[in-house]
Design a protein around this ligand. Structure first.
Ligand code: SAH
Ligand code: SF4
Length: 370
C-alpha cells in the first residue's frame, strides 16, 4: 500500500537524491538519513516507513507524521491477449496518463507518458486528437516507473509462473505527449531514472521519441544525457509530412535531418527512425526509395510501424504486401528496417492509441472531433 494518510504531507517522491537532504534535515533528522531513506525507497522498494529498520524509531515516527511516499494512483489496469499491460494512472490533481508495459522474452519495456495529451495534433494519433492538457512534472514521469515497479512486485509469483520477466529493463518515452515540448521536466526525469541512487537505469536502455522538435533535439544532445533517440519521420517528403504532421511546417525535414545528423551519438548507437505506414498515403515502394535517399548519411535503423486503426480514424492500415515491399526496398538500399509488431492493440495500448481515459470508454467512444 502507498503511504498516504493525510494531505499536506511532504511527498518524498518529488525530490531527487540531493533534494531529499534539506527536506530530511528540515524534519529534524541527521543529513545522512536522506541517503538511507533514498536507498529504502528506490533500491529496497520499501512501502512503509516502518520497514526502514536501520532508521531510529523516533525518526520513523517523524517521517510518518510529516512525509509520505505518494506515487500516481492506479485507476485501471488492463491486460492484452499478448500480455501487454496498460495502466491508467491518476495524478494528484485528478489528471490521468497512461503507461504500457510490454514483455518480451528477455526484456520488459515500460512506455511512459511525458504530457497529459499532446499539442502537436498529428492526424493519425489519438493522443493528439484531444489536445494538450498539461505538462507532467519530473516526479509524475518517474512516478509511472515507480508505481509500475510496485505493481510488478505485487504480482511477482504469478509473473514468474507465467514466464514473464519481473524487472523493468527498458524505458521508452513514447506514451502520451511530446517529450521535447516538456524538455526541462523530461530531462530532469531522465536524470533521476539514470541516477544510481534512484532508478539506476542505464542510458543505453532509455529511448526518447520525438515528432521532430529541432531545438529540443539540440538541447537533448547538449544535455549529455546520452539516451537513445527515436524520431517519428512518418513521411518521405515535406508534402506528405505537412499533411499528416502539422509540426513539419515549423521544422521541415531538411532542418530535422540536419539536427539528427548533429546529435552526438555514442559509438555503435543509431537513431531509430519511426515510420507509421498509412494505406495509400506513404506506403508505396517509391516512398521507400525516397525515404532511403532522405536518410542517406544518417546512422539509423528504421522501424516500420503498422498504423493502428481506431474509432473514427481517417486512415487505414497498409496491406501486408506493401509493408514487405517497402521493407525490401530499404534493405536493398542497405538500411536496417524492422516491421514493428503492434502490441496491445486490442486494449488500445498500442502506439498512438493512448487517450488517458478509462478503457471501457476508450473502446466504445469516438475521440473528440470525430
Ligand atoms: N510524441 C512522440 C512520442 C509519442 S508517439 C512522437 O511522436 O514520437 C509514439 C509513436 O507512435 C510515434 O512514432 C507515432 O508516430 C506513433 N503513432 C501515433 N499514432 C499511431 C497510430 N495510430 N498507429 C501507429 N503508430 C502511431
Ligand atoms: Fe503528439 Fe506524438 Fe501523437 Fe504526434 S504522434 S500527436 S507528437 S503524441
Amino acid at each position: 500500500m502507498d503511504i498516504k494518510e493525510k494531505d499536506n504531507k511532504i511527498n518524498l517522491l518529488e525530490y531527487d537524491a540531493d533534494g531529499l537532504k534539506p527536506i530530511i534535515e528540515g524534519l529534524g533528522m541527521k543529513p545522512y538519513r536522506a541517503a538511507q531513506i533514498c536507498r529504502w525507497i528506490y533500491s529496497e522498494g520499501a512501502d512503509s516507513f516502518a520497514a526502514m529498520t536501520d532508521i531510529s524509531k523516533a525518526d520513523r515516527e517523524a517521517l510518518r507524521e510529516s512525509a509520505e511516499i505518494c506515487p500516481p494512483e492506479l485507476s485501471e489496469r488492463i491486460v492484452s491477449h499478448d500480455k501487454t499491460e496498460k495502466y491508467l494512472f491518476s495524478l494528484q490533481d485528478g489528471e490521468r496518463v497512461e503507461s504500457v508495459l510490454i514483455p518480451d522474452e528477455d526484456r520488459l519495456t515500460l512506455c511512459i507518458s511525458s504530457q497529459a495529451g499532446c499539442a502537436l495534433g498529428c492526424r493519425f494519433c489519438l493522443t493528439g486528437a484531444g489536445g494538450i492538457r498539461r505538462n507532467l512534472l519530473p516526479h509524475e514521469i518517474t512516478g509511472q516507473v515507480f508505481k509500475t515497479e510496485r505493481i510488478i512486485a505485487g504480482g511477482l509469483a504469478e509473473r514468474t509462473e507465467a514466464g514473464l520477466p519481473a524487472k523493468i529493463t527498458n524505458i521508452v518515452m513514447m506514451g502520451m505527449g511530446e517529450p521535447l515540448m516538456n524538455a526541462g521536466n523530461v530531462f530532469e526525469a531522465l536524470k533521476r531514472l539514470m541516477s544510481p541512487k534512484m532508478f539506476n537505469i542505464s542510458s543505453r536502455r532509455i529511448t526518447l521519441s520525438t515528432a521532430g522538435i529541432v531545438p529540443g533535439i539540440k538541447a537533448l544532445g547538449d544535455s549529455g544525457l546520452n539516451v537513445n533517440l527515436a524520431v517519428s519521420i512518418n513521411a518521405p517528403n515535406d508534402e506528405i509530412r505537412d499533411r499528416i504532421m502539422p509540426i513539419n511546417k515549423k521544422y521541415p525535414l531538411k532542418e530535422l535531418i540536419k539536427a539528427l545528423k548533429n546529435y552526438p551519438l555514442a559509438p555503435r548507437r543509431r537513431i531509430t527512425v519511426e515510420y507509421v505506414m498509412l494505406n495509400g498515403i506513404n506506403d508505396r515502394v517509391e516512398h521507400a526509395a525516397e525515404l532511403g535517399r532522405l536518410l542517406r548519411g544518417l546512422r539509423c535503423k528504421i522501424n516500420l510501424i503498422i498504423f493502428n486503426e481506431h474509432v473514427g480514424s481517417e486512415f487505414r492500415k497498409p496491406e501486408a504486401a506493401s509493408v514487405l515491399a517497402f521493407q525490401e526496398r530499404l534493405h536493398n538500399m542497405n538500411y536496417t528496417a524492422f516491421i514493428r509488431e503492434s502490441r496491445g492493440a486490442d486494449i488500445l495500448a498500442a502506439c498512438g492509441q493512448l487517450r488517458g481515459i478509462s478503457a471501457r470508454k476508450a473502446l466504445t467512444e469516438a475521440p473528440p472531433g470525430v
